[in-house]
Design a protein around this ligand. Structure first.
Ligand code: PLP
Length: 393
């Protein structure tokens, strides 16, 4: 179908941070399947693990016990604030599961009949109907009405906007089941959460038995320079969702809950492919490689380098470039509102220079390279971006 605005580029091979098109042209990939290929392309350990998994067994139903799923769940539980995991296949699906869980929690724990979930404006939670209804960007929702009821929106990082909405919704008594929020807004334009605001959210949620749900689909698995985005904010959510970076390019998502929110019972939720041996083998291999190769630390250090170099780039083009926003290896170079420059123009020109980058809205150029990127490759990225901007401006 015509759902994607595709760039006429066929990428047919990859190695590490590099990809090649069908004509043999080489590109530095700072898109990484949009923050997904954590280990880069054609990673040796992933190749080995998945080849041997293919020779063993690829898929069995969740009717049975799945050792690869248990391995991955144990790793996730050991490394996070969660105590239980449900596996699915994508970010949107993980959020759907979180929304179901929040509604059930409100019904059984708090006797709320028609629960409401508070979400942030400019957020992005996916394209399935409930995830879309939770997404605070009308441009994605237009044409798909009626949306699912039970979602209301406040300004991200804005305590008074949250307070106002909270009071309005609860004017006749408790109705709020959960707050669903990204620790750093990705698709919405790379806005890191502010620690004070998130501490406030944590306190309100704790005091009122409201679930605090983090969408870590883009931020999870080391992307921000911490394993989880919530670590940067110095608070823990009750529930969080992950996908993208977890499979290193293979379809897997997960819903993680603390024991207090572990309320799903047998038959409450399910997925045919969720947590299959192949996807979980990908997940556990990525997880162990992130640990073995110290990639969370690398994301932090390379992120700092990237930020530092991007700041220098802003000084070269002060008429057009405004600021850098981001954490670790999710960085956004922000174009000034009054500049005629648009992120898509930069993205298109960068292709000619052998660099893949991706917009996060009209005025933000997003860089989310593989977590394995090294110091020299960051310098190459910057050089290519500088030449790209010089050619346009
Ligand atoms: C924060 C966040 N949540 C959810 C999603 C949806 O994930 P998926 O495309 O795997 O359904 C995305 C995708 O960009 C995302 O960034």
């Amino acid at each position: 179908m015509d759902t994607y605005q595709r760039i006429p580029l066929k990428l047919i091979q990859g190695k590490g941070v590099w990809v090649w098109d069908e004509k043999g042209k080489k590109y530095l990939d700072a898109v990484a399947g949009i923050a997904t290929c954590s280990l880069g392309h054609s990673d040796r350990s992933l190749r080995k693990a998945l080849s041997s998994q293919l020779q063993k067994i690829q898929h069995v139903s969740n009717l049975y016990e799945i050792p690869e799923q248990e391995d991955l769940a144990q790793w996730l539980v050991k490394k996070s604030c969660a105590s239980k995991v449900f596996f699915c296949n994508s970010g949107a699906e993980a959020n759907e599961a979180a929304i179901k869980l929040a509604r059930k929690y409100a019904h059984i724990k708090r006797n709320i009949e028609r629960p409401v979930i508070l979400c942030a404006k400019s957020s992005f939670h996916g394209r399935t109907l409930a995830a879309l209804s939770a997404t605070g960007q009308p441009k994605y929702q237009k044409g798909f009405e009626p949306l699912i009821e039970g979602f209301e929106f406040f300004e991200f990082n804005n305590e008074s906007s949250f307070k106002e909405l909270h009071n309005l919704i609860e004017i006749n008594g408790p109705r709020i089941a959960a707050v669903l929020i990204e620790p750093l807004q990705g698709e919405g334009g790379i806005y890191p959460g502010e620690k004070i605001f998130f501490k406030y959210l944590r306190d309100i949620c704790t005091q009122n038995n409201i679930l605090l749900i983090f969408d870590e689909v883009q931020t999870g698995m080391g992307r921000t320079g911490n394993l989880w985005g919530y670590e940067y904010l110095n608070i823990e959510p009750d529930v969080f969702t992950i996908a993208k970076g977890l499979g290193g390019g293979h379809a897997i998502g997960a819903l993680l809950v603390k024991e207090s929110a572990n309320i799903f019972q047998k038959g409450d939720h399910a997925s045919t492919f969720g947590g299959n041996p192949f996807a979980c083998k990908a997940g556990i291999t990525v997880a162990k490689e992130i640990e073995r190769r110290n990639l969370v630390k690398n994301a932090k250090e390379r992120g700092k380098q990237l930020e530092h170099e991007l700041l220098k780039l802003i000084k070269l083009f002060p008429e057009h470039l405004k600021e850098i926003r981001g954490l670790g290896l999710i960085q956004g170079l922000v174009i000034k509102e009054r500049s005629t420059l648009k992120s898509q123009i930069v993205v298109n020109q960068a292709i000619n220079e052998g660099l893949l980058i991706v917009p996060a809205g009209e005025k933000v150029i997003r860089m989310v390279p593989p977590l394995i990127i090294n110091e020299r490759q960051i310098n190459t990225l910057i050089k290519k971006l500088r030449v790209t901007l010089e050619r346009i401006l």
